[in-house]
Design a protein around this ligand. Structure first.
Ligand code: FPP
Length: 262
């Protein structure tokens, strides 16, 4: 986001940040438009089997593949997977290295499948922190899948909601100081246009696995009206049946966006 030109920003904003909450009229939308998943439990899954954590992450990548396929089949339009948080840099260097290698391998081997399945991949977060090689691989994968229309897949890498919001504020302040933006015009819609998710719908369902019940800095701005479903399954064991349960739970909830019950 840093360094985004005013013109690029104007274009992003003009593209419409559909991230506004839906009209406050309540009711159920059967299938969420945008699902976010906090994929948690790889380490515990590996430890329970006496395996190195790296194999937990590898099994987690298989589960991600299953979730992508299942989301597409269920008619979910947007899926955001939290693969590496800003805080994950605090893990031991060998685990960070394992995750980086896994990401690189995934990008190299999965792109053809994503293209075939009509999946458009985008990465949100501070990708630069992974170094030029992975940055190049990400850009190539985004370009190769740009024509996908069946499912929009966001992978959050070195992502933190607070960092994303701070980055947007910094850029807005910079443009205001340069006289390119009127501070009085800063509203929620404009602000959303400076986030990594500019132009994307807000998540209406956020799933976290492994029984933990925290948001952990994931899509903080965007989750304002999201439903949360916490599932007591370790991420590497996640499959289509678990996603179906979460979607069923979502469909049973009444969403009111602050309005009164109908
Ligand atoms: C949380 O488990 C998971 C992660 C920190 C990494 C998630 C990465 C993947 C699922 C693989 C890569 C994904 C893609 C899309 C290529 P944890 O290690 O925090 O588990 P624990 O809480 O049991 O220790």
């Amino acid at each position: 986001m840093d360094g985004m030109s005013a013109a690029a920003h104007a274009a992003a904003t003009a593209a419409g940040n559909e991230a506004e909450p839906a009209p406050a009229k309540g009711g159920n939308a059967a299938v969420p438009q945008h699902v976010g998943i906090i994929m948690d439990g790889n380490g515990r899954w590996a430890t329970a089997r006496g395996l190195p954590r790296a194999l937990g992450h590898k099994a987690g990548a298989e589960a991600a593949r299953r979730a992508i396929e299942a989301a597409g089949e269920a008619g979910v339009g947007w899926l955001t997977l939290f693969a590496f948080s800003s805080e994950n840099w605090r893990r031991p260097a060998d685990e960070v290295q394992d995750l980086t290698l896994l990401m690189r391998h995934y990008l190299a081997t999965e792109v053809a499948r994503l293209v075939k399945e009509g999946v458009r991949l985008r990465v949100i977060g501070e990708r630069e922190r992974f170094g030029p090689e992975l940055v190049r691989a990400i850009a190539a994968a985004e370009a190769a899948t740009a024509g996908g229309t069946r499912l929009n897949l966001n992978v959050a890498l070195s992502y933190g909601g607070r960092a994303e919001i701070a980055s947007a504020a910094r850029e807005i302040a910079r443009l205001a100081a340069a006289g390119e933006l009127d501070p009085a015009k800063v509203d929620e819609r404009m602000f959303g246009g400076f986030l990594g998710t500019a132009g994307m719908p807000d998540p209406d369902l956020i799933i976290r696995t492994s029984g933990e019940q925290r948001i952990s800095n994931f899509l903080l701005w965007q989750a304002a009206y999201a439903e949360f479903v916490f599932q007591d399954v370790l991420w590497p064991d996640y499959g289509a049946q678990h996603l179906a349960v979460a979607l069923g739970e979502f469909a049973r909830r009444e969403r009111r966006y602050g309005a009164r019950a109908a």
